[in-house]
Structure formats: structure tokens, C-alpha cells
Design a protein around this ligand. Structure first.
Ligand SMILES: *Cc1c(COP(=O)(O)O)cnc(C)c1O
Length: 406
């Protein structure tokens, strides 16, 4: 991969109206026109560079959109008020009533609930499949299928999708491959690998400060414009528009994304290796024991590492809850959902972010009740963090203490 997304983001220059080093924030919901004709043309979508109404587009969202397009290497990108706002817009734009979606069976709980429950209203059905089994993916495609949907690195099981192969399959059947790349911005350039549409929850690593929710769709200019169409654009009509002040603050945070991702990955990799040596059931795409390790290596941008998420199975929900409460007490992180914060965040997905998935299905997927998902923080001394985490596990009997072994 020679695609240098971070440099491209660094090189994007926007100046404020007084020469400020950051662009001015657009503080308007509506925009004046000098002629009535231009206003009409803008409604028709025929005038570039003209703003109409901020639900349609705003300068601040366009700046952030350009940065997101640079990140993924797509022609264009639209900004939304949340990751789910972006995801639901894409799905509604591509799918009509009575049609069908092929989707990975391990995905974010909200996306799962949207596909499985909400889309029933429109009789849109979804086949949830093991996305790493290309035969099953292909066999699930019917004449009604409108997209293959997956996460580059899945939530919460950290399965790695083979984007190049999935893209070939999608092309063969004339349908788009939609990839949610929330877990691996910079680590994986999904569009460069063949994804037609890349969605992101900016709420996580990209913003990185856990102070707002936002989302993005990175795709061709045609698709991005279709989402904004005043007559039938799902983005425009569902109304999930991000406020300009937030867009501006996310853009500023994006300038340091490359540094943060490297540190998240370095820390997560270190902990995963140590936990594995300790005999714990740890899952991390950077470990050779991970079934998707080779796929990840083949498609990642090596300098950003394998990402900031790890999972640890501590045997039971009681163990998981006790460990998370103790780690929080010891200031090792917060018992909280979400990811990409400077502080380590941990939660038990079975009873939180994936609780939308029925218990039997969770078991089938390998989503056990003792599973803890860690979004590893930017700790300066990760060895110290490791020692302290180990101490917590020894206290609770999840790990036998070294002293007890002699
Ligand atoms: C959080 C998350 C979403 C949803 O994003 P919001 O900003 O919370 O709407 C979608 N996909 C993945 C992988 C996520 O982690």
C-alpha cells in the first residue's frame, strides 16, 4: 500500500476568513442568493459551490467531508450526525421495499438491530453470514440482493473481512460492497481495497475525544450527490445532519489521528501479547493465533499497526463485571461503551453493545458472556498498565498469581 492518507489529511489547507489557521465555522442554517435563478438551479442540483440550506450541505461539513474522502481515498464524502445516520442513509438509498442484503453476522449491535428489526417495516430481509466464508457469502446472493455489507474489523469479535475478495464477488454480481471501517481508520483503506462505499462512525477513533457523535459516508461523487438529492436523497430527507460547530471540532481532532492510531495499536499489541503469554483467551488481529491475522497483514497499512481493540474472555459474566469494576477503581480505564478515547474503555458486549443480538445467536457467533471488549487508550507507560491489570486479574483469581505458582 503506498496510499498516504495521513499526509493527505495534513496537506489539506483551509484558512479562516481572517487568515486563521483553521477554517471559519459556518454559523448559518440558510444562505442568501443574489438571483432567484441561482436559487432555483441550486434546488435542481446544478450549481456547485452554492449553499442552500445546512441540512443539505454547509461549508464546515464539506471541509470535514473532504478530509474523510482523503482518509479513504474516495472521490467524495458526506457527513452525518451519527454513524447510524450514515449507515441508515446508505442502506435506504440502495434498497427498496422487498429487497435483500447480505451482511456479516458479526457487526455493530445498532446496525444489526436496524437490519434485522427495523427494516421489517419495508420487508427488506438480511442474510447474516460468516463473512470470512466466501462460498457462503456468494451462495446467499439472490436476484434481490442490493449490497454486501460488512465491517473491515468487526465489532466485537474482531473478525477481519477480506475486502479484496469480497469486492471481486460484489462486482461479479453487479452489487456494491459497503464496508464499515470504524474500527480501523488508517489501519485499513477499505476503498483502496475495493469497497464501493465506506461508512464511519466518527464518534470513535476519528474524533477520539468522546465528546460527540457523528458519521460519514465515503464514496463516489455520484453516490454522495444522490444521498443529498432534495427529491429522493436519503441523507437529505432523513435529516441526520451534523452541526457546523461539531464538524469543525472533529476536523481539528482528525489532524492528530495518525499519531493516536499508532499509539492505540502499539499499546493494544503489547497488552495482547502479554495476555496471550499469561495463557488468557485474548483476541487481537496482530496475534498470529488470530484467524484473520494473514488477511489483516495483507491489507493493512503496516505503519499504523493492527488497531486499538482487543477482546478478552474471562470465563463468565460475573468475572467480567468484577474485573471491569476493579480496573475502573484502579483508574485503568472506564467501564463504558464506545471506543477510540485517550483512556481505555471496556464493556461486556453480550450485555451492552451487542445485547440486540439474541442470546442463542451470540453463543453461535462465539460471543461469550465472559467476553470483555477493550478499546486500549493512549497510556504513556503501557508496561505499568499491564502490571496493574494483571494484578486486578490475580486478585479476582482470573489469573493465578506468580507467587502462588512457586
Ligand atoms: C459506534 C459504531 C457505529 C454507530 O455509530 P454512532 O456514531 O454511534 O451512530 C457503527 N458501526 C460501528 C462499528 C460502531 O462501532
Amino acid at each position: 500500500m503506498d496510499y498516504k492518507a495521513s499526509e493527505n489529511i495534513q496537506d489539506l489547507q483551509y484558512f479562516g476568513e481572517f487568515g486563521g489557521v483553521n477554517p471559519s465555522i459556518s454559523d448559518s442554517s440558510t444562505y442568501t442568493f443574489l438571483s432567484a435563478k441561482t436559487m432555483f438551479d441550486t434546488f435542481e442540483g446544478n450549481t456547485e459551490g452554492c449553499y442552500l440550506y445546512s441540512r443539505h450541505s454547509s461549508p464546515s461539513n464539506l471541509y470535514l467531508g473532504e478530509a474523510m474522502a482523503q482518509l479513504e481515498g474516495t472521490e467524495s464524502a458526506n457527513i452525518y450526525a451519527s454513524g447510524m445516520g450514515a449507515i441508515s442513509s446508505v442502506i435506504f438509498q440502495l434498497c427498496n421495499a422487498n429487497e435483500h442484503i447480505v451482511c456479516s453476522r458479526t457487526i455493530y449491535g445498532g446496525t444489526y438491530a436496524f437490519l434485522k428489526n427495523f427494516l421489517k417495516k419495508f420487508n427488506i430481509s438480511t442474510s447474516f453470514v460468516d463473512i470470512t466464508d466466501l462460498d457462503i457469502v456468494e451462495r446467499s446472493i439472490t436476484s434481490k440482493t442490493k449490497m454486501i455489507y460488512c465491517e473491515a474489523v468487526s465489532n466485537p469479535l474482531l473478525e477481519v473481512a477480506d475486502i479484496q475478495s469480497l469486492s471481486k464477488l460484489a462486482k461479479k454480481h453487479g452489487i456494491p460492497l459497503v464496508v464499515d471501517n470504524t474500527f480501523s481508520p488508517l489501519n485499513i483503506n477499505a476503498a483502496k481495497l475495493g469497497a464501493d462505499i465506506v461508512v464511519h462512525s466518527l464518534t470513535k477513533f476519528i474524533n477520539g475525544s468522546s465528546d460527540c457523535v457523528a458519521g460519514a459516508v465515503c464514496a463516489s461523487t455520484d453516490f454522495c450527490l444522490s444521498l443529498k438529492d432534495v427529491n429522493d436523497g436519503a441523507g437529505m430527507l432523513l435529516g441526520s445532519t451534523l452541526d457546523s460547530v461539531r464538524a469543525a471540532s472533529i476536523l481539528k481532532n482528525m489532524r492528530t489521528l495518525h499519531i493516536r492510531i499508532k499509539k492505540h495499536s502499539e499499546n493494544a499489541h503489547y497488552l495482547a501479547e502479554q495476555f496471550e503469554k499469561d495463557g488468557l483467551k485474548v483476541v487481537y488481529p496482530g496475534l498470529e493465533s488470530h484467524p484473520g491475522h494473514k488477511t489483516m497483514k495483507a491489507q493493512m497499512n503496516a505503519e499504523y499497526g493492527f488497531g486499538g481493540l482487543i477482546t478478552l474472555d474471562v470465563g463468565s459474566l460475573d468475572n467480567a463485571n468484577a474485573l471491569m469494576e476493579l480496573m475502573q477503581k484502579e483508574k485503568l480505564g472506564y467501564l463504558a461503551v464506545s471506543l477510540g478515547f485517550y483512556k481505555t474503555l471496556f464493556s461486556a458486549p453480550g450485555t451492552s453493545t451487542s445485547s440486540e443480538i439474541p442470546l442463542e445467536e451470540q453463543e453461535e457467533l462465539g460471543l461469550s458472556q465472559g467476553l470483555i471488549r477493550f478499546s486500549i487508550g493512549l497510556d504513556n507507560d503501557i508496561q505499568k498498565t499491564y502490571e496493574a491489570m494483571k494484578c486486578c486479574m490475580e486478585k479476582l483469581g482470573i489469573l493465578k498469581s506468580d507467587a502462588a505458582l512457586v
